[in-house]
Design a protein around this ligand. Structure first.
Ligand code: AGP
Length: 607
């Protein structure tokens, strides 16, 4: 088994790291936290200790990791301490403040805890602990764990953590250390955690990305596991019974996969990686579509109807893929916003639900699929995620690590994976002629070259436009039919990383109200799709009111001439490359952080 088979699930809001090394813990914890910063960047902290060294010595700071590094430079921790835990936070419980930053400690300051997840019974536990005399110093649910460990007594730390964990409801990945014990204890329940052997001891993290370059393989904790890291590793269950170590999983991502390399930022890198990601996915899927193997390999029952469930960019990718199910396979297909999901009246109980999520950890999606009775297929970049584990079948997007908060290559591979799936259903059940399926497969095969060409064309055009657009307070993204998901995606990308308002809208809807917003300062991005007649009419109406039209089309005179002449059933996917570059170039002009936009995190594990 390899990491890309089994590990990418470990993705949640916030990031935790831990180590038990013979060398200095700081030298591991800080670079590892840097790699996890994309999971949350409101505040960060570390705690270190060593045999007989007291502590844990804790430093926390509000803001990005650089703020923590500044603190450490001003007030260094004792050097050479090899035991430590660290955390980078995206606030869910409690405001962004130093008191709410992890690690959290008990009343005596001798237990330090970092936690990912949500503790559903934290309020009740806090009230009980307070009644028993514990003093809390934060508003954060995680702090109850430190006090529960403290209360469990002065015996072995691993037993105290086990006692504490038994009282928790909710989800947790925990790393706990104590000044009294030269060890780290890990525990997990519905929140990912991996552990591996580095050159000078054990290292653990909530996300494999933190460990790239440090370990050759890792072990994935399963729900209920308690792992004790001393100068060796021991696995037990919630009752203290010894467990064999979980099987090793080879780390097949390179350290460079999580570095920007020659690119300015991860978003630029990940936009540029789209043709290669598309090629990799298509090389795997295309040979299996026409002969029915792709569908048969999923092991799902016949499909009377399909519903997609997703959020954000994944929702837009779902809308593009759903057209293939409708138009080519002729199946009734709906697309639902996961946070609003209710089983549709009349949808057959054995209809197929396709949950689309790059992380596979999005709480809205996980909550929506709890209610579906029929088969569930996960279309995800994280094949060991909670979603994938819950699903009856998984289609892996194999996009590689996506570090930028804005979805780019995961969106593209979701559209391709979803379209391939629609064609596979059409082929397997004879719902389209073999000739038609073969023609669509050939169109899919052309996508990597189209994406390559769009990448080459779009960067300089977007770069040249950005200065002119910098003062525009808001944008429209307009299209029709198969182009609508891409207009919506373009608007989302722009909002997310430039903090300018943007609306993705059907061209025909503009005249029913939104056109009142248009004046000389309004850029309107038109994504060509289907017949141009009505789009041209809408563009002319907006131009007459002073709007600046930015056209993404097939004709050489388009602002971004990146589209193929013939439109496939999944619509003008190439357009998204232009839209991503437009958003990124404008964000850079406006001085925004393209990879870590404000208020956002890579994966939203809260409802
Ligand atoms: C996209 O740029 C966003 N970061 C966001 O809309 C994202 O697509 C959404 O939160 C869904 O995430 P998922 O694919 O991990 O479920």
């Amino acid at each position: 088994m390899t990491v890309t088979d089994d590990l990418r699930g470990g993705i949640v809001v916030c990031g935790i790291v831990a180590c038990r090394l013979t060398g200095g813990a700081e030298e591991f914890l800080l670079p590892a936290l840097r790699r996890l910063e994309y999971r949350g960047y409101d505040s960060a902290g570390i705690a270190v200790t060593g045999p007989g060294q007291g502590g844990p010595h804790t430093v926390r700071a509000v803001g990005r990791l650089d703020a923590l590094l500044g603190r450490l430079a001003a007030r260094p921790l004792p050097t050479g301490l090899g035991i430590g835990v660290g955390h980078t936070r995206w606030a869910t419980h409690g405001v962004v403040s130093e008191a709410n930053a992890h690690p959290h400690r008990d009343c005596s300051g001798s237990v330090a805890v970092v936690h990912n997840g949500i503790l559903d019974n934290a309020d009740q536990l806090r009230a009980e602990l307070t009644r028993r005399g514990h003093r809390f110093s934060s508003e954060v649910d995680s702090e109850v764990v430190a006090h529960l460990v403290e209360e469990a007594g002065a015996g072995r730390l691993v037993d105290a953590v086990r006692t504490a964990v038994r009282q928790l409801h909710g989800s947790w990945a925990l790393a706990v250390t104590s000044g009294r014990a030269a060890e780290v204890v890990l525990a997990c329940h519905r929140s990912p955690l991996v552990v591996g052997l580095a050159e000078d001891g054990y290292v653990a993290a909530s996300d494999l990305t933190a460990l790239l370059g440090t370990v050759g393989h890792v072990h994935v904790l399963q729900d209920g596991d308690i792992v004790e890291l001393t100068d060796q590793i021991s696995w037990t269950d919630g009752h203290g019974a010894a467990l064999p170590p979980r099987p090793p999983v080879t780390v097949d991502w390179a350290a460079e996969d999580a570095e920007t390399g020659v690119y300015e930022d991860f978003m630029e890198k990940e936009i540029a990686e789209q043709p290669a990601a598309a090629r990799r996915l298509l090389e795997r899927l295309l040979p299996q579509i026409v002969d029915g193997r792709l569908w048969a390999g999923l092991g799902l029952p016949p499909v009377p109807a399909v519903r997609f469930v997703a959020c954000g960019s994944s929702l837009h990718a779902s809308a593009a893929a759903a057209r293939v199910f409708r138009r080519v396979a002729g199946l009734p297909t709906t697309v639902a916003v996961a946070s609003e999901f209710e089983p549709e009246p009349g949808f057959p109980d054995h209809g197929l639900t396709v949950a689309v999520s790059q992380s596979g950890e999005t709480a809205d999606v996980l909550s929506a699929v709890e209610a579906v009775p029929g088969p569930l297929l996960a279309l995800t970049n994280s094949p060991s995620s909670s979603l994938a584990r819950r699903a009856d079948a998984v289609l892996d997007c194999t996009a590689g690590p996506e570090i930028g908060v804005a979805a780019t290559k995961t969106f593209t591979t979701q559209v391709i994976g979803g379209a391939a799936l629609g064609l596979a259903v059409a082929a397997a059940f004879g719902r389209a002629s073999p000739a038609a399926v073969t023609a669509h497969v050939a169109a899919l095969a052309r996508l990597p070259d189209l994406l390559d060409a769009a990448q080459l064309t779009s960067f300089p055009v977007a770069d040249a436009l950005a200065d002119d657009l910098a003062d525009a307070p808001g944008f429209f993204f307009v299209s029709r039919g198969a182009g609508l998901p891409y207009a919506a995606e373009g608007a989302l990308k722009l909002k997310e990383i430039t903090y300018r308002w943007a609306e993705g809208i059907a061209a025909g809807e503009l005249k029913h109200g939104p056109i009142a917003l248009i004046d000389e300062s309004t850029p309107v991005v038109v994504v060509d799709s289907g017949s141009r007649t009505r789009l041209n009419g809408a563009a002319a109406e907006m131009r007459a009111r002073g709007a600046r039209i930015i056209r993404v089309g097939a004709e050489p005179e388009a602002t971004f001439p990146v589209l193929a002449a013939d439109e496939p059933p999944w619509g003008p996917l190439e357009s998204v490359v232009a839209l991503q570059h437009l958003a990124r170039s404008l964000a850079i002009t406006l001085g925004r952080d393209t990879d870590k936009p404000r208020n956002l995190a890579k994966s939203v594990t809260v409802l």
